[in-house]
Write a protein that binds this ligand. Structure first.
Ligand SMILES: Cc1cc2nc3c(=O)[nH]c(=O)nc-3n(C[C@H](O)[C@H](O)[C@H](O)COP(=O)(O)O)c2cc1C
Length: 414
């Protein structure tokens, strides 16, 4: 019976354990998690979501405080169009996070950064360009383009000296999105180095509508693998979303993918950035506790625990401090929803907004508990301690379980 370790992901002459740990913003996929993954011979991700805030917490900078102070006079203004990111600060924050991570890497494994297009930051093109270019400057091994079609993203860094040597990949949820991406970038004569196919059972935002349940990863992967063959493209395809055991991974590897990308199993790793008590909520979750809803202002459905404090919260929009989802004209769907509720309840001290959430604030504070579909199986991957809590696991334990387990077995910790 085959196991994941019988396969290798090849990038040129280099070979890797075919396990990628997916990017989880805001600092849920920490540098520590990415470094462990790389040490074990796989590919880890950090995320550049809200990187000035991540820098403040990790490297003692004061980027968020400075920005809030700068835009203080605008806090009570419903119009957020004047709020812009200082591109120098964005470059500096990215550089700090990437450089510190890469300097700590002493292994042959790789570390990529996850770059979401939906973080439009009231200046979609220039902010994305700075994020990607600074990550390349700081020595990142590769960039995974996610949460968006990224039709112009390669073009934004085409002049960068590392454009052709860094690994660049994209996450798609359909063969059509991939075709579109390749067509739009044909003139650059630079194909992606890998394509991650993310199905509807993943955590985070979904590249599907609310009819997500009608799609399945294996079918989309088969379509993409067939497309690569027909077009004679030699690009590794990586499957993601709901791959919970080594056995699940092997079935995709046997279907012709070069690797798998996984995340949910690692949300309960010691190295994962979620607070300890939130990890216990992930362990405790039952299937009925997990929901896909449309409260993310990005417009994409998102999967999360029903108990997430972000659901129904009616806080004042925090765009002066954050503003990562401002669309370029100062709009965000949460601001609209919030102002509507304020107008409807002029005398209320606290309001509740059910249809949208202030994603920046709640992701930053770990109050939006996004998770994969199989989160309810996490409790079966560990032991219960005497006090009733669940034992968190080392990233190494989870990684090796994927790498060496056979069948549908999951190894419990010592
Ligand atoms: C807690 C959590 C946060 C995530 N955040 C992001 C993110 O910021 N950007 C992104 O592209 N994908 C994100 N994802 C998706 C993962 O990178 C990954 O592709 C997917 O969850 C794999 O499926 P699995 O969780 O079933 O293993 C997130 C997933 C989880 C569980």
């Amino acid at each position: 019976m085959k196991r994941v370790d019988d396969f290798r992901l090849k990038f040129g002459k280099k070979e890797f354990v075919p396990i990628m740990v997916g990017g989880m913003g805001v600092d849920i996929s920490t540098a520590e998690l990415a470094l462990e993954t790389a040490r074990l011979g796989g590919i880890g991700h950090i995320s550049d979501a809200m990187v000035p805030d991540v820098s403040d917490r990790r490297y003692d900078t004061s980027f968020v405080k400075d920005k809030t102070r700068f835009y203080k006079a605008n806090i009570d203004n419903a119009d957020k169009s004047i709020i812009k990111f200082d591109l120098g600060v964005l470059a500096e924050a990215t550089r700090r996070h990437v450089e510190a991570t890469m300097q700590a890497k002493g292994s042959e494994g790789l570390i990529f950064v996850n770059c979401m297009e939906k973080l439009t930051m009231n200046g979609p093109r220039e902010t994305l360009q700075v994020r990607m270019a600074s990550a390349l400057d700081a020595g990142i091994d590769g960039i995974t383009l996610s949460a968006g079609l990224h039709l112009g993203s390669f073009g934004l860094i085409a002049d960068h000296p590392r454009f052709r040597d860094a690994k660049l990949g994209i996450i798609v949820s359909s063969v059509r999105a991939l075709q579109l991406f390749l067509r739009k970038n044909a003139r650059l004569e630079r194909k992606p180095d890998y394509v991650i196919v993310e199905g509807p059972l993943a955590g985070g935002h979904l590249g599907f509508g609310m009819d997500w349940a009608q799609y399945d990863l294996a079918t989309i992967v088969a379509e993409v693998v067939q497309f690569m063959k027909t077009e004679q493209l030699d690009i590794p395809v990586i499957a993601a979303g709901g791959i919970f055991t080594g056995g699940d991974a092997v079935s995709f590897l046997e279907q012709g993918v070069a690797a798998v990308q996984v995340a949910t199993r690692f949300t309960v790793a010691n190295e994962c950035g979620l607070p300890a008590e939130v990890k216990q909520d992930y362990f405790r979750a039952s299937e009925a506790d997990i929901v896909v809803n449309t409260i993310s202002p990005t417009g994409y459905p998102m999967r999360m625990l029903k108990g997430s404090p972000a659901i129904g919260a009616g806080i004042r929009p925090n765009c002066e401090a954050y503003g990562y989802l401002l669309d370029g004209n100062g709009n965000c769907a949460y601001i609209t929803a919030y102002n509507r509720e304020v107008a409807l309840h002029p005398d209320s001290k606290t309001i509740s907004v059910m249809d949208k959430t202030c994603l920046c604030t709640h992701m930053r504070n770990f109050n939006l508990w996004t998770c994969g579909h199989y989160t309810y199986r996490l409790k079966d991957t560990t032991r219960r301690l005497a006090d009733g809590s669940y034992q968190t696991l080392s990233a190494e334990h989870i990684f090796k379980d994927y790498q060496f387990s056979v069948d549908q077995k999951v190894a419990l910790p010592e």
